[in-house]
Each structure stands twice: as structure tokens, then as C-alpha cells.
Write a protein of this length. Structure first.
Length: 113
């Protein structure tokens, strides 16, 4: 069995492929966790450059520690994850792209520490 360490993940985050694969990894983890989803979408691969949320999940179940309902996801592998998270949060707070931000959960995902 091959073990993945935090060093492995940190090194992976520095690769170009991590940008397109991170949303796919998150999608697979969510699908493996949930038993009941009515809607799930994550852009990955070349589609990560399209405008819009990186991921949208509507679920009657909690995802990890995220409440049931709509969760709106942004993913980033940037070297400065706090800056990226704040930029994404501010951008989506100003324009939630037709989602009701009062009833949705914002989730930012990064492989960085």
C-alpha cells in the first residue's frame, strides 16, 4: 500500500496538473461520502478556467462537516491560499451567480497547509 503524506500533497500542489485534478478529487470524495444528492457538479480538467463556481452540491446529507442543503465550492492550489480564499469569497459575496448566499454554504478547498 502506498501512503500519501502531507509532503506528497504539498509537492503535488506545485504541479500544473493539480489545478485541474483538485476539483475532481473533491468530487470523488463527496460522491464516496454521500448517499443522497439531488445535484452535484464540479468543473475539472480544462474546464477549471470557465467562469462560475468550481463546484455546486445540493444534498440532503451533511458533507464532511458541511450542513445539508446547497454548498458552493471554490478550489485553489495557489501558493498563498489565504489570499486566494479571500479573493474568491469577496468575488462570490458580490456576485453569487444567481444563488441565494443567505441559504448556501461557501466552501474553499486547497491542498496547502
Amino acid at each position: 500500500m502506498k501512503w500519501i503524506t502531507s509532503t506528497t500533497i504539498k509537492q503535488w500542489a506545485d504541479t500544473r496538473s493539480a489545478q485541474g485534478l483538485l476539483p475532481e478529487l473533491i468530487l470523488r470524495l463527496i460522491r464516496a461520502t454521500l448517499t443522497n444528492t439531488s445535484n452535484i457538479r464540479f468543473s475539472n480538467g480544462d474546464a477549471v478556467h470557465l467562469t462560475g463556481w468550481d463546484g455546486v452540491v445540493e444534498s440532503a446529507d451533511a458533507i464532511f462537516n458541511i450542513s445539508p442543503g446547497i454548498s458552493l465550492w471554490e478550489c485553489g492550489v495557489n501558493a498563498n491560499p489565504l489570499q486566494k480564499a479571500n479573493e474568491d469569497y469577496n468575488k462570490r459575496t458580490k456576485d453569487p451567480l444567481k444563488y441565494d448566499k443567505a441559504s448556501a454554504t461557501f466552501v474553499f478547498v486547497t491542498p496547502r497547509i
